[in-house]
Design a protein around this ligand. Sequence first.
Ligand SMILES: [Zn+2]
Length: 242
Amino acid sequence: MIGQRDSVSGAHFAFTDRWGGVSAAPYEELNLGGAVGDDPEAVTTNRELAAKSLGLDPARVVWMNQVHGADVAVVSEPWGKQPVPRVDAVVTAERGLALAVLTADCTPVLLADPVAGIAAAAHAGRPGVVAGVVPAALRAMTELGADPARIVARTGPAVCGRCYEVPEEMRAEVAAVEPAAHAETSWGTPAVDVSAGVHAQLDRLGVHDRRQSPVCTLESGDHFSYRRDRATGRLAGYVWLD
Ligand SMILES: [Zn+2]
């Protein structure tokens, strides 16, 4: 259910694995994504199960309609009846409101300044690193009063640089923006390391309290991987402040 969890000064970070939910194959078991072809009732149940295991009210979890861009929404309450915006980062100054990001290989990024009471969740895939979604989320946080020196950052399970094979031109395009993302597969072909790119961006912007999940989704049978399975579920990362 919850593969990884930690707390720093009242800021909470959690990442799910694929087990402990009710979805049938190929979404077994804890699929939290609503746009992957799974039974919507199963997804609702899974979201309730995951929230409860974290001590959260499922109605106070803010999801995104992720599109591999760099747009950021600032939220102070759940979307309710409003359409869920097409953004890849959400930021809040509302303590107790949980922000969630869905992934299956892309890098889920959770950020929090416990002193200012500002949190953010971002979805960073290869296009997101190029578009700068993480710097955009950080900018939105600092505009609300967060200080990068106080921000705690966590990145969750994602496809690793030794597995994420891409054409040579694509690696060059990403590395031109973020040299740290330049990688090579374990079989010697061009690759991209999205998490390394995200951490380099955070480091450059003054966020030094960072931790990266050691889990590679493509290599782990306990996690969903789009590149491995195509039709599969979505993991979630959650961040919230007391
Ligand atoms: Zn890997």
